[in-house]
Structure formats: C-alpha cells, structure tokens
Design a protein around this ligand. Structure first.
Ligand SMILES: Cc1cc2nc3c(=O)[nH]c(=O)nc-3n(C[C@H](O)[C@H](O)[C@H](O)COP(=O)(O)OP(=O)(O)OC[C@H]3O[C@@H](n4cnc5c(N)ncnc54)[C@H](O)[C@@H]3O)c2cc1C
Length: 239
C-alpha cells in the first residue's frame, strides 16, 4: 500500500483508560478531504504491513487527523503508534471506508459503539454538532465499555444531551455494577430503551466484529430497522 500523506505527530496523551489520543498534522500534502466515519491506514516502517484506525476528528479539520488507539501490547500497529513522540513523522493512506455518515439523509440516528469503536462515532457526532445537524432529529448514542474509566468524552456527550433536546447518550458498563448508569451488554440496553418500530431510522456501529453483528441482528430482527440503513465497515447485514 502506498502512502497518500505524510504527517507529523503534534500531540500524544491518554484520553481515557487504555485509549491514546494522537494528533497528526499533515505535512505532505497539507490537507485531506474525507467524510465523517471514514478510516485510514498507518503504514508500519520496515514492515510490509498497515494497521487501520478510524479518523476520530471532524472532516472540518482538514489539516490534522486525530486517532484514538486502544492499548494492545501484542499488536504491532498499536505498539508503533504508542512509541511515537511529538515531532515523529508517519506515513498514512486515506481516506478509506464506505460506512461514512450519509449527509443526504435526515432520518433519526442510532449510534452504537463498543470501547474504541467510539472513535468512529466521535467524528460523526462532532461533525453533526459543528454543522448544526443535531437539533432537528432524534440522535441516540449507546457506548458500551467494561468500566467507567474507559468511557470516551463522557462530559462532552452529557453537554450535548443538555444542548439538544433530541440527543441522548447512554453509557453501559459490562464489568462494573452500581455506578449510576446502565449495566450489561450494549445490545440489551438498546433493546430496553429503543422503540420497536425503527423502520425510519439509520444506524452506525463500530466495535468488535461480533458486537457489531449482534447490534445489527438486534436492530433488524427486533426493531424493524431496514438492513440498507445499517452502516459499519466491520459487518454488512444481508438485504
Ligand atoms: C475499519 C477499522 C477501523 C478501526 N479503528 C480503530 C480505532 O479507531 N482504534 C483502535 O484502537 N482500533 C481500531 N481498529 C482495530 C485495529 O485495526 C486492530 O486492533 C488491529 O488489530 C490493530 O493492529 P495491530 O497492528 O496493532 O495488531 P496486529 O499486530 O495486527 O495484531 C492483531 C491482534 O492479534 C493479537 N496478537 C498479535 N500477536 C499475537 C501473539 N503472538 N499472540 C496472541 N495474540 C497476538 C494482538 O493482540 C492484536 O489484537 C479498526 C479496525 C478496522 C478494520
């Protein structure tokens, strides 16, 4: 795979437990056009290999991309990205992916993420907020993690829920009881809280492939979502 862009790391810090936020300023070329929800490949130096990461930032930021990288001591891509220091140069191939935000639709939206899948949703939610497309519809964001410290930007999501009447944020923890929010698997929480007729809704999901398939099954079989309105680069339901 050939690099389309060279970038320079300008920021690297943990944003939640086990998730590193990397900001990469584009230097050659100096900008990228992409759609919210697309991803990129990081080319690993001296290896004939690339690792794939959602672009976590809004497409309105054309000169810089943000990545959220899950800690993985055995993964070569994660190990490389965790080793980077401010000033280091990286090679990227982008944009990639078909599960981007459909801007020509004004359907109500459900976003379902597991752990670092929140990166994919983050780009879309920031973009919808910046372009004033959260005010005219119902938007329900479900995020499943093991424990509270892993949640991504909970304060920002709570602030959006206060700003927009139709925006709802539900965090669910699978390995922490008694924390004041939802508990259990994210599919169970979706089943409990969403209406049975979601035939006019649109869905976006990211996380482990098994979780994304379970989310698609739940929404299509139990909630009447049209398969063609379910978007994920990790699983495509049959029409
Ligand atoms: C479209 C898309 C978007 C994605 N977006 C993100 C994102 O935004 N953030 C994110 O964190 N991830 C994301 N991922 C997932 C990420 O690409 C994977 O976690 C990928 O495996 C990381 O690559 P790697 O090179 O670190 O792991 P690899 O080196 O390819 O290893 C793959 C897995 O095998 C395991 N493994 C490797 N060696 C061994 C061994 N010797 N014994 C046992 N297990 C081993 C590793 O632990 C790792 O989980 C995305 C994936 C896709 C397809």
């Amino acid at each position: 795979m050939e690099a389309t862009h060279n970038g320079q790391v300008v920021y690297s810090a943990f944003i939640s437990k086990g998730i590193l936020l990397l900001k990469i300023k584009l230097i050659q070329p100096e900008s990228v056009d992409f759609k919210a929800g697309q991803y990129l490949a990081v080319l690993l130096p001296n290896l004939d290999k690339a690792s794939y990461y959602s672009i976590a930032s809004s497409p309105n930021k054309k000169g810089e991309v943000e990545l959220l990288v899950k800690e993985d001591k055995l993964g070569t891509g994660a190990a490389y990205l965790y080793s980077l220091q401010v000033g280091d140069v990286v090679q990227l191939h982008m944009p990639m992916g078909e599960a981007y935000l459909r801007e020509d639709s004004d359907r109500n939206l459900i976003f379902v993420a597991g752990a670092s899948g929140a990166s994919y949703i983050r780009s879309m939610i920031h973009y919808l907020d910046e372009t004033n497309h959260l005010s005219n519809r119902e938007v329900h964001y479900f995020l499943g993690c093991r424990e509270e410290s892993e949640l991504l930007e909970p304060d920002f999501m709570q602030a959006l829920a206060e700003k927009y009447k139709g925006f709802h944020y539900y965090a669910a923890l699978s390995h922490q009881e008694g924390w004041g929010g939802h508990s259990g698997l994210i599919t169970e929480v979706v089943d409990r809280l969403m209406p049975n007729d979601m035939s006019e809704w649109q869905a976006y999901s990211a996380g482990s492939p098994a979780m994304v398939k379970a989310v698609a099954d739940e929404l299509i079989a139990n909630k009447n979502l049209k398969p063609s309105e379910f978007f994920s680069d990790l699983y495509t339901p049959e029409a």
